[in-house]
Design a protein around this ligand. Structure first.
Ligand SMILES: [Zn+2]
Length: 93
């Protein structure tokens, strides 16, 4: 049992959810399976902000060109990090 982030219900449970996501470049949509989620009897199942952010970061940082449009959350975490040296040098710190 865990606490719902939305309504504070204490009977929420950790679960997994299949989610559609638009890649950061907006040109590709992917389905990510088995993303850790919270399931609340009142609110339904949803991702926490932290999980959302983690997915966003990985989609941005990782090279997913070798992946099909459907992959699991675990695969996402194992994806190789893109070589960003070229573009990073132009970003402000
Ligand atoms: Zn709730």
């Amino acid at each position: 049992m865990t606490e719902c982030l939305w309504c504070g219900e204490t009977t929420a449970q950790e679960t997994e959810k299949d989610c559609y996501w638009i890649m950061p470049d907006g040109r590709r949509s992917v389905q990510i399976l088995q993303v850790p989620a919270l399931g609340c009897p009142s609110c339904g199942s949803y991702l926490s902000d932290a999980t959302n952010q983690k997915v966003e970061e990985h989609l941005y940082m990782c090279d997913l060109s070798a992946y099909a449009d459907v992959f699991s959350y675990e695969d996402l975490l194992k994806a190789p990090v893109k070589n960003l040296w070229g573009s990073l040098s132009s970003l402000p710190d």
